[in-house]
Ligand binder design. Structure first.
Ligand code: ADP
Ligand code: MG
Length: 249
């Protein structure tokens, strides 16, 4: 049994079968990539996993517990955290102030708005936020305005904000989309470091095959809402069906 077990999940949008009979088993503390062409249903699947969408059929179990019908907030509390396709940070706030939001949410058990000045008075939480910033090598950027950072650093901050919630399962939807090569490589290194230092399972949706082959232990290829094949990176690279359907050969 994997930490995440998706069984026969289907999801329709009107006449469109976005997901049909998706089965996925993700081993604890592994990195599992989901690849596939645009419109294959990758983001829809992620939205099901985080409780943003309810599937029409099938089941999703996380650590032996069903997540179906639970609120996104409850699923987050169970230990599933997600990095969005477009950065979701507060540009007007500093790096440290951004970090305070998930750190408070973790302590309070809910996302409530606190005045920034009040948050910054809580030394324990500031220390905790700083510890995670140090973990992701951002300590020197703590007072920078989030909006002024590179795409790669914004992504790094977002990942740090997820780590503050101490997730057991980290979901990433195209984390290197729109990044320059140097930022992409930095993101790969960060995710490798997180994998090696923490007990964490990673599910990553990614277009860039360099990222996928650098990180994933298993790869599922999704095409038209269904898994085409699931295998190791080595086997996926040589798979004729994958070359044809996905790599366009
Ligand atoms: P991917 O992330 O693999 O590119 P998506 O999961 O975003 O694919 O989309 C799968 C299909 O479902 C696409 O055809 C998309 O247009 C459609 N779709 C996604 N979300 C919605 C929605 N909320 N309403 C209607 N159709 C949607
Ligand atoms: Mg998508």
């Amino acid at each position: 049994m994997g930490i995440l077990e998706v069984k026969d999940v289907g999801k329709r949008f009107g006449g469109l079968q976005a997901l049909g009979d998706v089965n996925l088993s993700v081993a604890e503390n592994s990195c599992h990539a989901i690849i596939g062409p645009n419109g294959a249903g990758k983001s829809t699947l992620l939205n099901v996993l985080v409780g943003k969408l309810t599937p029409d059929t099938g089941s999703v179990m996380f650590d032996g517990q069903s997540v179906l019908g639970l609120s996104a907030h409850k699923i987050n509390q169970m230990g599933i955290s997600r990095v969005f396709q477009t950065p979701e940070i507060f540009g007007a706030l500093s790096v440290l102030e951004n970090m305070m939001i998930p750190c408070f949410a973790k302590r309070d058990g809910s996302f409530r708005m606190h005045a920034i000045e009040n948050m910054m008075r809580e030394k324990d939480i500031v220390d905790w936020a700083d510890r995670i910033l140090a973990d992701v090598n951002m300590a020197d950027k703590r007072h920078m305005h989030a909006a002024s950072m590179s795409r790669g650093d914004k992504r790094r901050l977002e990942i740090a904000m997820c780590l503050a919630q101490e997730p057991r399962l980290l979901l990433l939807d195209e984390p290197t989309a729109g990044m320059a090569r140097a930022d992409t490589n930095n993101t790969i290194d960060l995710l490798k470091q997180i994998k090696s230092e923490r007990d964490i399972t990673i599910v990553i949706i990614e277009h860039d095959m360099h990222v996928v082959f650098s990180l994933a232990e298993r790869i599922t290829v999704l095409a038209q809402g269904s898994p085409l094949v699931e295998d190791t990176p080595e086997n996926i690279k040589g798979h004729p069906k994958v070359r044809e359907a996905y790599l366009g050969e």
